[in-house]
Design a protein around this ligand. Structure first.
Ligand SMILES: [Zn+2]
Length: 255
């Protein structure tokens, strides 16, 4: 029995040709719901690839407006979008890419009062934000909800990727950074070369597709560090911090 439409076969023909892919896995993408928090350099890299690949439902969360200084590394936006809300503009662009999807936009900052409702029901959450408070909150709520989290960060010429699964025994974002700790790397403080953040965002997108389709196992609990000068990635295991208020109980259950 065919599960894809004729148009779907044409649209997704190249990825369906990948040996490990098939139409059932393509359908898994269409049934998935991915939340992208942050529509800056990371979100702009992630979102079009997930929309293009056929992830059926996308929730976009960002309270910012498009600024001139965003344009070098946020290719979903153009000069005429300056002053518009990023979530709305991104939503329109993604619908242009793939009108078969459901794209919901939330032009709001993710905060304690709305975090659970914005992340609930997600197949996977992508942290594409740029500040410590949001990252800690997303980590905490993903663990509460049991939702996998793929977190990206970049500044200067360096990037970072972290893949967390609340049902696996490994450390979490709270184990890596104290909430009081200032973000080790922010674009505002250290600048950013656009392709560096794009590379990290595309890695988030790639691992999201691998996870949803189950075509390759993900290395949950792995911290990957990217060096834009050498082009090299370094992988480190993130051990749980004893007594971590976020993942401590989960690790006791799943270790
Ligand atoms: Zn932890």
């Amino acid at each position: 029995m065919h599960v894809l439409s004729r148009d779907d076969y044409v649209r997704y023909s190249r990825q369906l040709l990948v040996t490990e892919m098939d139409e059932v896995k393509q359908q898994a993408l269409s049934h998935a719901e991915v939340v992208i928090v942050g529509l800056g350099g990371l979100g702009c890299a992630v979102a079009p690839y997930l929309a293009g690949a056929g992830v059926g439902r996308l929730r976009l969360v960002d309270g910012d407006e498009v600024a001139l200084s965003n344009l070098p590394r946020q290719p979903l936006y153009a000069e005429q979008d300056i002053g518009e809300t990023k979530a709305r503009v991104a939503c329109l662009r993604l619908r242009d890419i793939n009108r078969t999807l459901s794209v919901q936009c939330y032009a709001t900052r993710l905060v304690e009062s709305n975090a659970e409702s914005l992340l609930n029901g997600a197949s996977v959450v992508l942290d594409c934000t740029d500040n410590m408070a949001s990252r800690q909150l997303i980590n905490q709520v993903c663990y509460q909800l049991g939702v996998p989290l793929i977190s990206g960060a970049a500044s200067g010429t360096k990037g970072q990727l972290l893949m967390l699964h609340p049902h696996r025994a490994h450390g979490c974002y709270r184990c890596l950074y104290e909430p009081e700790q200032s973000e080790p790397n922010t674009c505002l403080a250290q600048g950013i070369l656009g392709p560096v953040v794009g590379i990290v965002g595309m890695m988030q997108a790639l691992h999201t597709l691998l996870f949803i389709t189950s075509i390759a196992p993900l290395n949950w609990g792995e911290l990957r560090l990217f060096d834009g000068f050498s082009g090299q990635w370094q992988a480190l295991k993130l051990p749980p911090l004893e007594g971590c208020p976020v993942c401590g109980e989960h690790n006791a259950n799943y270790s």
